[in-house]
Design a protein around this ligand. Structure first.
Ligand SMILES: NC(=O)c1ccc[n+]([C@@H]2O[C@H](COP(=O)([O-])OP(=O)(O)OC[C@H]3O[C@@H](n4cnc5c(N)ncnc54)[C@H](OP(=O)(O)O)[C@@H]3O)[C@@H](O)[C@H]2O)c1
Length: 295
């Protein structure tokens, strides 16, 4: 397959490019310098010339606080940019994969009383974004679905990727530096290893089963649990992490509270992702940071 990846210099874009190349696809990686997705004419002519089989649209303005400060720009990049990619793909008969977010949901899921069951969003639950970034990603979803019937909407969450910085690196660096750590308990989602997501997307594009997918590592947790698990497995079990609430960590963009996602649609086509705990261990092992249990 010839696959175009937009936002290819980004964290997921780089990982996707590597995974798809290794799988034997012909990959054209487009970074922002090569293609600004807000320019429809440029998007149309670039994708028109390349004539790929699939466009994976990973480009986005991912600074959630920046989006809160400039919501119109967020919609321009994340909403209309996605529409441009979807229309350009449709014109050459290519399918499109739109990378979306858990933040399209309002996060107001509540625990089923006395059940202990953590509720999660399914693929066809109704989005209701509560911040500018989530709104812009939802606009992107709608635009893609209206512009190209051969579309896969792939919602994911809390990515951790090799290279650059991510939540795990931030926690480990702070622990190493002896800084005191405070992490929120009332923000819940699925930590997801970019390598697992890239493998899942590589499998998905072969299916031609267009629709909405929740491709996240299995099971959701709070930010605090995510931090605690990563530090424990990297040898920092003695480093305390204070539990705080979102109210104690005010920021321009309010994250939704509970956006745990379940992967029903992916499972139906044979695509499942391991638990987030196993994924964190695999990530740490790959970085040479995993502390093995004593036998
Ligand atoms: N990271 C997460 O936890 C997470 C969670 C859920 C969903 N997602 C989604 O996953 C996708 C990939 O995210 P990521 O973590 O890889 O983010 P990232 O590292 O910020 O990558 C996004 C890339 O898009 C590029 N971009 C921004 N504006 C552009 C434009 N107008 N034209 C072309 N390219 C542009 C960025 O370039 P510059 O760096 O030059 O701006 C960057 O290289 C995004 O769609 C994001 O919404 C991410």
């Amino acid at each position: 397959m010839h696959i175009v990846v937009t936002g290819a210099a980004g964290k997921l874009g780089q990982c996707l490019t590597q995974t798809l190349n290794t799988a034997g696809h012909r990959v054209t990686a487009l970074d922002r310098d090569t293609l600004d997705i807000t320019d429809f004419a440029a998007t149309r002519s670039t994708i028109g010339d390349l004539k790929p089989d699939v466009v994976i649209h990973s480009a986005a303005w991912t600074d959630v606080d920046g989006c809160a400060r400039d919501p119109e720009r967020a919609v321009l990049v994340n909403g209309f940019g996605a529409q441009h990619a979807a229309l350009a793909a449709a014109e050459v008969g290519a399918a499109i994969v739109y990378i979306s977010s858990n933040e399209v949901f309002d996060g107001e899921l509540t625990l089923i009383p006395d059940s202990g069951i953590q509720p999660t969003y399914r693929e066809y639950d109704t989005p209701r974004p509560i911040n500018a970034y989530g709104y812009s990603k939802w606009v992107g979803e709608q635009s893609v679905m209206h512009s190209n019937r051969n579309c896969y909407i792939v919602r994911t969450a809390w990515l951790f990727t090799h290279g650059g910085t991510n939540f795990i690196h931030t926690m480990l660096n702070a622990a190493q530096a002896g800084k005191s750590l405070r992490v929120v308990i009332d923000e819940i989602a699925n930590p997801t290893y970019s390598a697992d997501l890239a493998d899942a997307i590589a499998a998905l594009v072969q299916t031609e089963r267009y629709g909405i997918y929740h491709l996240v590592n299995a099971d959701a947790c709070s930010r605090w649990q995510f931090a605690r698990y990563a530090l424990d497995r990297a040898g920092y079990a003695d480093t305390p992490i204070a539990r705080i609430t979102r109210r104690e960590w005010p920021r321009p963009s309010t994250p939704p509270e509970n956006t745990g996602l379940s992967n029903l649609a992916g499972r139906a086509v044979g695509i499942t992702l391991r638990s987030w705990q196993d994924a964190v261990e695999a990530f740490l092992e790959q970085e040479g940071l995993l502390v093995k249990d004593e036998a």
